[in-house]
Design a protein around this ligand. Structure first.
Ligand code: GUN
Length: 290
């Protein structure tokens, strides 16, 4: 079994991005500037946004974090977005999800200038992605493609099963892997909560992308020998033996599935770090396009 090391791979990617930033500086050009809006106090969201800001510093990007209280109105948030849209110094920005219930998420995502939408969540960018046109590919599916690429895992003609149909991961992942592209050309099956006989389907998979958000859902009896498993899940499980009081587990029962897998991502240290690196890559792309 070979571990798909997202931590190591993302560190390599960040080094490459940092070298590109150095080159921009040498040429007297502006370095990329990423902004993030965080609404409310959600613990996981704060952790993710802080990690994104830290990654910006590491590669030499400028970053701006805009923290807004949980009771922020939709109007106020839309106003902040409008300001970032016209701020010439900002190359790209993200609105961290989930948003508080009183805010219409779709309305917010549609307010972001598609040219600054480094999350790739605007319908215009989702449409371009689906048509295989140049755009910002969302960080998580983009990171998975990059991980498959760096480990030279063949996808062409392979049976890929995606578990989960979220807008952020399952749906774009299934589209991208089926496209005529590097790390595409797969025969993709997308499965979800209404899928019947899931086990029969996953047992035939050469590659499984588990992105349903249920801890340790994919078990050894559901996979064949030699499978490649990409685990997108990340759930906090209470664990009194840990200093933090919790441990992180994925959607895959790692220990037992690892025994049958040819390649598998760990949690943490697999897909998670890759998403941050790809957000940086999209921000660099946004800078170069402007
Ligand atoms: N929440 C979970 N994943 C993401 C992501 O990729 N981007 C943003 N903005 N919020 C998220």
């Amino acid at each position: 079994m070979i571990l798909l090391d997202g931590k190591k791979t993302s560190a390599e990617l960040k080094q490459e991005i940092a070298a590109d930033v150095e080159q921009l500086k040498k040429e007297g050009k502006k370095v990329p500037h990423l902004a993030a809006i965080l609404v409310g106090e959600d613990g996981a969201s704060q952790t993710y946004v802080n990690a994104k800001v830290k990654a910006c510093k590491l590669v030499g990007f400028e970053s701006t974090l805009i923290r807004l209280p949980a009771e922020t109105t939709e109007e106020k948030l839309l106003n902040e977005i409008a300001i970032l849209n016209i701020d010439n110094d900002i190359d790209g920005f993200i609105v961290q999800l989930p948003l508080p219930k009183h805010i219409d998420e779709q309305k917010v995502l549609m307010a972001v200038d598609p040219d600054k939408d480094v999350d790739g969540f605007h319908p215009a960018n989702v449409g371009k992605m689906a048509l295989n046109l140049p755009t910002f590919i969302s960080a998580t599916p983009f990171g998975i493609l990059e991980l498959l690429d760096r480990y030279d895992i063949e996808t062409s003609g392979k049976n890929v099963v995606v578990i989960g149909r979220s807008h952020i991961v399952g749906s774009p992942m299934s589209i991208l892997l089926a496209q005529k592209r590097k790390r595409g050309n797969a025969t993709v099956t997308i499965t979800h909560s209404r899928t019947k006989n899931l086990k029969e389907i996953t047992q035939k998979a050469d590659i499984i992308i588990a992105a349903l958000g249920i801890a340790e859902f994919l078990t050894a009896d559901m996979v064949k020998e030699g499978v490649t498993v990409i685990d997108v899940g990340i759930t906090r499980i209470d664990d009194a033996s840990k200093k933090s009081g919790y441990r992180l587990v994925g959607d895959v029962a790692f220990d037992e599935v690892a025994e049958k897998a040819a390649y598998i991502t760990p949690v943490p240290g697999g897909v998670g770090p890759m998403t941050i690196a790809m957000l940086l890559k999209n921000t660099l792309l946004a800078r170069s396009r402007r």
